[in-house]
Design a protein around this ligand. Structure first.
Ligand code: FHN
Length: 441
């Protein structure tokens, strides 16, 4: 750990990862599902015959769409096809062990009937709570729920990006009370949730009050022991985010990985972390016209393997349509990933950094603290040979195909170096090999 050079009251309060049961559980999940759902799904990236090229959930900030038009969309929110049991089953079939739902995105619209706001599902033709039935359905499938909550709130009259006048400071003071009330309300209404996923915390107004976010975090965790909160919530009293001014991680895990992933273990300093990923390049909410590169199941599986190999969780985002159903592309990807996870999930769940020298064929993932190490082979060499290097004082005991259960022909080619020979056939998804690597000869 770095030496503390700055004296801080609102910096990190812990060194190293949390070791309690709730955090162990979160850490073992490895695969999660993110859902961005809200009023933005109604225009779906289009307004007045024009296509918005930004992220669909940001359409309110587009000059082509009048605020008034956006702010009245709630009158059309009536998702007849919303079936939380089906959503939960789809996530379960994909292999997700936790999910994150946007209770309130930047537009300020609440998917639960908050008593602190009129801009909620209760004012829509749908009228009913969306979050409660979702939490229940996912929990029934054994999937943990985390609540996304945006600090940016375009709908709230007291929300500010910066505090220029005394009035601003007074208004923002009221806004902070509102935020605290809503968060307490969410924890009270949905007591089984495992964490909060904060977003929109980059404005001056928020960053310059490190004491408030620090106290808020402690307050929420005192209401709900074990609650998991990532590094996006807080800033220290000098305005440093994620890592305090001494370079120590604030919050329970590093939450800065979005649409990109770390490459090596040094990038994450052995901290807990999570990467959130969109299927197209940058669309979170539903956009009717996906453009550019759309990730395939194999790409997402590779990212998942990379994340697990570096001790992190990987979360794939879905943006359901306004009627509560999923676009065909998302359904298909979920099913394809799920098919792979059924056979190969053992290599992912509870997996972490293996401490072996990375090779070009893919990723090593160690099962907990055991001698079992999985190789997730994403780049299959034309030669069919996979190099494995084991540190001195350790030995390779066996190599077995995870799906086939068959031993993989292995030749020792040097001191602690081996070549594994893959069966010569066409592979249409990453292949997993299970190694037993013993400490001591
Ligand atoms: O602005 C948001 C964006 O719409 C989306 O919610 C992502 C998800 O991580 N967070 C913000 C950008 O960092």
């Amino acid at each position: 750990p770095p030496e503390d050079t700055v004296s801080l009251q609102h910096g990190a309060h812990r060194s190293g990862n949390r070791t309690d049961a709730d955090m162990e559980r979160w850490r073992s999940h490895r695969l999660g599902q993110f859902i961005h759902w809200g009023l933005y799904a109604i225009p779906g990236g289009e307004w007045n015959g024009k296509v918005y090229n930004g992220a669909a959930e940001w359409i309110r900030s587009w000059k082509e769409m009048p605020h008034e038009a956006y702010d009245n969309l709630y009158k059309q929110f009536n998702p007849a096809g919303y079936n939380p049991q089906q959503w939960a089953r789809q996530a379960k079939d994909m292999g997700a062990r936790y999910m994150i739902i946007t209770t309130k995105h930047h537009d300020g619209f609440c998917l639960w009937p908050s008593k602190y706001s009129k801009y909620t599902v209760a004012s829509t033709p749908w009228k009913k709570d969306i979050i409660g039935p979702m939490v229940e359905a996912y929990n029934k499938e054994g999937i943990d729920v985390v609540l996304y909550f945006s600090i940016i709130d375009w709908n709230h009259p007291d929300w500010r990006t910066s505090l220029k006048t005394k009035e601003d400071t007074v208004a923002y003071g009221r806004f902070k009370v509102f935020v605290k009330n809503q968060l307490k309300e969410l924890l009270t209404k949905y007591p089984t949730v495992k964490g909060f996923w904060f977003d929109g915390t980059w404005d001056e107004s928020w960053k310059t009050d490190g004491a408030f976010s620090d106290e808020l975090e402690q307050y929420l965790q005192s209401l709900h022991p074990g609650l998991i909160i990532g590094s996006r919530l807080r800033a220290d009293e000098k305005g440093a985010r994620h890592f305090d001014s001494n370079g120590r991680l604030m919050g329970d895990y590093e939450q800065g990985w979005e649409r990109k992933l770390p490459e090596k273990i040094e990038d994450v300093h052995h901290n807990d972390w999570e990467g959130v990923m969109t299927i197209p390049e940058n669309q979170w909410g539903y956009h009717a016209r996906w453009t550019g590169h759309i990730k395939t199941a194999n790409e997402l599986i590779e990212m998942l393997a990379r994340s697990a190999s570096l001790g992190g969780n990987f979360v794939i985002n879905f943006g359901p349509k306004a009627d509560g159903t999923y676009r065909a592309e998302e359904q298909q990807l979920a099913a394809q990933i799920g098919q792979w996870m059924k056979t190969n999930g053992a290599a992912i769940y509870g997996g972490g950094y293996a401490g072996l020298e990375k090779q070009d064929w893919g990723y090593y993932i160690r099962k907990g603290n055991t001698d079992t190490v999985y190789m997730v082979v994403c780049n299959i060499p034309v030669s069919g040979y996979l190099r494995v290097k084991i540190p001195p004082q350790q030995s390779l005991q066996s190599a077995t195909g995870l799906e086939s259960g068959q031993p993989i022909p292995t030749t020792q080619t040097g001191r602690n170096e081996y070549l594994l020979q893959l069966e010569n056939k066409k592979y249409d998804a990453p292949v997993v090999i299970q190694l037993e690597v013993k400490k001591g000869k």
